[in-house]
Design a protein around this ligand. Structure first.
Ligand SMILES: *Cc1c(COP(=O)(O)O)cnc(C)c1O
Length: 393
């Protein structure tokens, strides 16, 4: 099925290039085409078909060609048996929650996560389905252990976390989950499979927002869940076929194209972000910097153990300045763009003000307001010069 039999025995770069690609049988093109079709020809007698199937060629919401190619590539990159790709990272997260939680079950979740994960678990699932939740500081194993209840079905963590760059010990939390018959899902978006592969560390499910590093070019949205076939099948049938979170063939194709250069891009993101984190630490205007490799980071040792490629391109920092001082700094930047999202080719910064509704969940240093900076692929020196000039009064 895979071109040149590229399997898990090949290196990460070879898998990034060749995974999911194949010579097109009809034209001989060495790139698989985009198949922009909603429907597929039915057999002579379609009356026995399962219209809710996620395997057959029926309708693009039941599975399409470009979606399958991308799933092949991502499963290879994460070294897992199966993958489902969906319309966005949030479709992937809600797919996990919808598949593995039901009324009266309990979830333990990191207190530092993407905002939609917080909204889904803190409000929507409890309100609509009576799901019980405990938000914990997942960087502290004892707290995770203490939160487990007899009806805990799922532990969901993010590491490094959005937006406070918290690091949680994937292997230790997987052991806790499994000792209590629960599943562990890990949102790996900040790391990407180049830097970290949670299923190799014992997680049952890995979630990726493909919108970020894996696509890498800021021009498409997608999400993925990876893991064992029997788990992924449930998400595929529920989240894709019946909830309707299918990805468009064009977006799947764009993400497939972007993912080819993931290892090259991640190397540069890792290197630049590390340099910028060190640089920021030297500035008197900077109140704090959060980046996993800094000695000031609480779980630096765990990050170094489980993040093999590098520490990612996202860091958070605050200034010794008031609310307006933070906004003024951003307004003076010339290379770095003020916008949400991360993992793009261009550097992006967002100011999370001191009135953010989740302040109560954050550590003290984040309370004065802070920036999340996604370090892009520009020359590192241009980014450092941009920060330096924007800090001058
Ligand atoms: C952006 C992001 C998501 C959501 O992904 P979308 O593709 O925007 O829906 C989920 N988790 C993390 C950590 C993210 O940064």
């Amino acid at each position: 099925m895979l071109k040149k039999n590229v399997d898990g025995s090949f290196g990460f770069m070879t898998r990034s290039v060749h995974g999911g690609n194949e010579v097109d049988a009809e034209t001989g093109a060495i790139r698989r085409p985009i198949t922009m079709a909603n429907s597929y020809e039915l057999p002579y007698d379609p009356s026995d078909m399962n219209w809710s199937s996620a395997d057959g060629q029926i309708y693009t919401r039941n599975g399409g060609a470009n979606q399958r190619y991308l799933q092949e590539k991502l499963a290879l990159l994460h070294n897992v048996p199966d993958c489902v790709v969906l319309a966005s990272g949030v479709a992937a997260l809600s797919g996990v929650f919808f598949a593995f939680l039901k009324s009266d079950s309990h979830i333990v979740m990191s207190d530092s996560t993407y905002i939609a994960a917080y909204r889904l678990i803190n409000e929507l699932f409890p309100d609509k389905f009576n799901v019980e939740k405990t938000l914990v500081d997942s960087s502290d194993i004892k707290t995770v252990k203490a939160a487990i209840r007899p009806n805990t079905r799922l532990i969901h963590i993010e590491t490094p976390s959005n937006p406070t760059i918290k690091i949680s010990d994937i292997r230790a939390i997987a052991d806790i989950a499994h000792a209590h018959g629960a599943l562990l899902s890990v949102d790996n978006t900040f790391a990407s499979p180049y830097n970290q592969r949670p299923c190799e560390l014992g997680a049952d499910l890995t979630v990726e927002s493909l919108t970020k590093y894996i696509n890498g070019h800021g021009d498409a949205m997608g999400g993925a869940v990876l893991g064992a076939k029997e788990l992924i099948d449930q998400i595929r049938s529920q989240a894709m076929v019946n909830l309707g979170g299918a990805i468009s063939p064009f977006n799947a194709w764009l993400i497939m194209r972007g993912a080819v250069t993931l290892p090259l891009r991640m190397r540069q993101h890792n290197e630049s972000a590390q340099k910028i984190a060190f640089f920021l630490q030297t500035l008197p205007q900077v109140r704090f910097v959060a980046y996993p490799s800094l000695s000031a980071h609480k779980n630096q040792k765990i990050a170094a153990t489980q993040m093999h490629g590098g520490f990612g391109g996202v860091l958070s920092f605050g200034l010794n300045a008031d609310h307006d001082g933070h906004n003024r700094f951003v307004s003076k930047l010339r290379v770095i763009t003020s916008a949400v999202s991360l993992g793009h080719d261009e550097s992006l910064i967002v100011f999370l003000g001191e009135n953010d509704e989740r302040q109560y969940l954050y550590e003290k240093e984040f309370h004065g307001g802070f920036f999340r900076l996604s370090v892009g692929l520009e020359d590192t020196q241009d980014l450092i010069d941009d920060i330096r000039q924007a800090m001058q009064d």
